[in-house]
Structure formats: C-alpha cells, structure tokens
Ligand binder design. Structure first.
Ligand SMILES: NC(=O)c1ccc[n+]([C@@H]2O[C@H](COP(=O)([O-])OP(=O)(O)OC[C@H]3O[C@@H](n4cnc5c(N)ncnc54)[C@H](O)[C@@H]3O)[C@@H](O)[C@H]2O)c1
Length: 364
C-alpha cells in the first residue's frame, strides 16, 4: 500500500503563506499518528514572484506540479500587481486550465457550534457542494486581449463565454457521482441541481440540455434545476435544501463567496480543483491584503482543504490510513470549534492563526 506521497506546496502571496505554514504544522502532527509520509516540495509562484522575476509561475514550478501526487496551494494575487493588460496575476487559474482541473469542488458545511449569520433553527443543517466548472465558461476570455493593450478598442470590449460538450459532460458526470457517494453517507442527500441562466444564454441552454442527457445515466440521484438568480435567493432563504450544485465557472466563483458567507466567512470554505490526473487543494479565499501579516488569517479553510487532499489521495491509491486521517482532521476542526470553544477573529472571536492551529493540533 502506497504510504509516501510527493506534495508540491505553493504558498503564493499574502495570507496564503500564513495559512500554508499553519496547515503544514497540523499535517506534521497528523502523519505521525496515522503512519503515512508527505514529502513537501515548496515552489514559488504568484504576484510577488512576478514582481521580482517578471514570471508569475516558473516552468520548474509547473513541471514539479505535473509530477506531484497532489498540489497544496495557499492563495495568489495582489491587487496592486498587474499584467500590462490590467488584469491580475493568477497562476492558480492557469494551473486549472493547464492540468485540466475541471471540477472546482467547494463544500459549504456549517461547522457545529460556530455562530452563523442566518437566524434560523435550520442553519446548522447547511451542507451542500458547489461544483464550479474551472476550465472554460466566462473565464475562457482570460488573457485573450491584444498583447500589451488593455481593451479591444476604446469603445467596446467583448469577453466571450465558452461552453463545450466535453466540459459539460465531465462536470455533470463528476457531480452525479459525487451525489451518489454523498447519498451513501447520508440518505437525505443525493440531489444534483444544475445552476444556469438557460432562459437567456444559448450556451447555458446547451449546458442545460446536456445536464438532462447525463442525468438519465444516474437514476439513483435526483436531477433538479435552478436559475442562477433564483439560486442566490434560495441560498439565503433555504440553503439546507441544496446538495450538489454544478455550474459555469464565473457563477461558481461568485456563489462560492456567498456560500462561504453562510457558514461564517472565507476562512471556513475549503476547495479542491480536481481533474482526471491531477488535483490542487486550496482554500476558496484569496490573499486577504486587509489582514495579511497581522496573524489574523483563519487557517481552517486550508486545513479542511488538506483533509480533502488526503481523502482524494486515499481513494485514488486505496490507502485507508489516509481516509482515516482525513476524517480525523475534519473531526479535530469540529472539536476545536464545538467543544474547545475556539472562536477565530473572522467571527469576532479572540483567536488568531496561531491559536486556531494549536487548538486543531491539540484536538487531534
Ligand atoms: N485562489 C486564489 O488564489 C484567489 C482567490 C480569490 C482572490 N484572490 C486574490 O486575492 C486578492 C484579494 O482578493 P479579495 O480581497 O477579493 O478576496 P479575499 O478572499 O482575499 O478576501 C475577502 C475578505 O475575506 C477575508 N478573508 C479571506 N480569507 C480569510 C481568512 N482565511 N481568514 C479571515 N478572513 C479572511 C479578507 O480579510 C477579506 O475581508 C486579490 O489579489 C485576488 O485576485 C486569489
């Protein structure tokens, strides 16, 4: 049974570096207990790398990422550091396209005991997954402007949205399989809701048609549909009704933040960008320039992303000790919040990065 894994670590910029430091400390403690070994290969990439060297993501970082068993990423980008066309440095987006990481898996799960913004007795039931298509959609327009110029001309700009059959099939099949496995763990789950704007855009109507074609192959899962605007309404009114929600790239980008807001903030929202051969695990949040360097970054989203990495590696390699370690890690986060009274600064509590990290290690 494989028990040693090569992990490329890309801390990136801002709080990305802080939450990765915290997560590596937690993983250190976890490996000792569960008998597996992660070999880290720290690589540069991000806005400050671009500022210093003129290259956002060195070829050596790309090659190491391609060869790794998995990639753990902090966050990249800095609002004041930009390409000549005016857009931000975002190698994490390039990685998704280059490694074909089509499924951006963003679990939105209320951690027991954490104060939540929705005043409803059902708020603690929030447990759904946004599956953000991550290789096409409106993000297809990235970097397609004329070299060295910000806009097509001074009168109009056209950002195009690409929807392909291949992209839809793999997104929906992934989502239906995810719903099947969630239903095995919890019989109340097992629903896939396609989120789109098929009442207006041709590409979305195409996407919706493919969703219903693929749904027929998964009869054990309920196939549902919701327009993106109505989805935003229902995320506030009854988010506990959703299970697995696949959608176009930009819609997934935006609603991930709304989902994170429902469970306390960006500090609680993990993510995994999964393809057929590679996967990147990173928090849903960015580099948080407003709190970077202050010791306030909440590492929970990154720690839970590391738990997703262990689960993915465990399933891929049939390594049960990794599956157990992933569950222990999630349980330790829950215990730190629900039993040990940890309240991170982003929910108005007194605990910064170091205190949250210590609490999770001690709960392990
Ligand atoms: N995947 C990524 O690497 C990624 C994702 C989003 C944004 N970005 C980049 O990050 C930079 C900042 O973007 P932004 O401000 O829109 O989004 P952000 O996610 O960095 O921050 C949004 C808000 O959430 C808070 N926040 C985020 N993570 C937190 C954490 N772990 N603990 C406590 N509070 C946290 C921030 O303080 C801020 O108030 C930009 O350069 C952007 O391009 C990168």
């Amino acid at each position: 049974m494989k028990s040693e894994f090569n992990i490329v670590v890309l801390p990136g910029d801002g709080i990305g570096i802080e939450v990765i430091d915290a997560t590596l400390a937690v993983l250190e403690s976890l490996q000792k207990r569960h008998g597996f070994q992660l070999r880290y290969d720290l690589r540069p990439g991000g806005a400050n790398e671009y500022k210093t060297t003129g290259t956002a993501f060195p070829d050596s970082s790309m090659r190491a990422s391609e060869d790794a068993d998995a990639i753990l990423l902090g966050a990249m980008g800095w609002p004041e550091i930009r390409y000549p066309d005016g857009t931000e440095i975002a190698p994490q987006l390039d990685l998704r396209v280059q490694l074909e990481l089509y499924a951006g898996v963003r679990p939105i799960r209320a951690i027991p005991g954490l104060p939540l913004p929705l005043i409803s007795s059902r708020a603690p039931e929030i447990d759904f997954v946004i599956v953000r298509e991550s290789t096409e959609g409106w993000f297809h327009a990235r970097g397609r402007g004329k070299p060295g110029r910000s806009f097509d001309d001074d009168e109009a700009v056209h950002d195009t949205c690409e929807i392909t059959r291949k992209g839809c099939v793999r997104l929906f099949d992934f989502s239906f399989k995810l719903a099947e496995s969630r239903k095995k763990r919890n019989p109340n789950k097992g629903k896939v809701t396609c989120i789109d704007k098929s009442n207006v855009f041709l590409g979305m109507a195409f996407m919706n048609q493919i969703f219903h074609e693929r749904a027929k192959l998964f009869p054990g899962v309920t196939a549902d549909h919701c327009y993106i605007d109505s989805y935003c309404l229902n995320l506030i009114r009854k988010p506990w009704d959703f299970d697995v929600c696949p959608m176009e790239n930009q819609f997934g980008d935006i609603t991930s933040d709304l989902g994170a807001g429902l469970i306390g903030g960006m500090g609680y929202a993990p993510s995994a960008d999964i393809g057929d051969k590679h996967a990147v695990f990173q928090p849903s949040h960015g580099t948080a320039p407003d709190i970077a360097g202050k010791g306030l970054a909440n590492p929970i989203a990154t720690i839970l992303s590391a738990a997703m990495m262990l689960e993915w590696l465990g399933e891929r390699h049939g390594t049960s000790m990794l599956l157990e370690a992933a569950q222990s890690l999630q349980d330790a986060v829950d215990q730190a919040i629900s039993e040990d009274g940890i309240r991170p600064a982003d929910v108005g509590g007194p605990h910064g990065t170091a205190a949250v990290t210590r609490a999770v290690i001690s709960a392990l």
